[in-house]
Design a protein. Structure first.
Length: 122
């Protein structure tokens, strides 16, 4: 499995008077990437399961979501329409995000897109 993760991230800025951590865009991106990396074993399991039905399966799964300000909870996850993988693999990747929380949270809301590319033998 090769997992290529790209992230497009936009911060919704809030008033400076709000308390809490205020990451810059690159720091927010890096911290969110580290959070998602904690699910690599789950993602590998998703792909290994999909390979049982098609040993040559390749595809990409793109997930869009919001990192909630103040709580750090990932909310509003959705599969991007550009996802090019079988539905069960997409659903499994989607479910892997369940329960993730950026800690410490940020005073900015983050909107992100991550893309996972799956390829056998890599």
């Amino acid at each position: 499995m090769t997992t290529r993760t790209t992230m497009h991230f936009a911060l919704a800025l809030v008033a400076a008077a709000c308390g809490g951590t205020a990451r810059g865009t690159e720091s927010y991106r890096a911290d969110t990437q580290k959070l998602l990396d904690t699910r690599q074993a789950t993602l590998k399991g998703c792909y290994d399961e999909a390979l049982k039905t098609d040993a040559k399966l390749t595809g990409t799964v793109k997930v869009n979501f919001v990192v909630q300000k103040k709580t750090g909870v990932i909310v509003k996850p959705e599969l991007d329409p550009t996802t090019a993988a079988p539905e069960p693999l997409g659903r499994c990747v989607f479910q892997a995000l369940d329960g993730l929380k950026l800690d410490p949270p940020d005073r900015h809301e983050g909107r992100a897109s991550f893309e996972y590319a799956f390829k056998p033998g890599a």
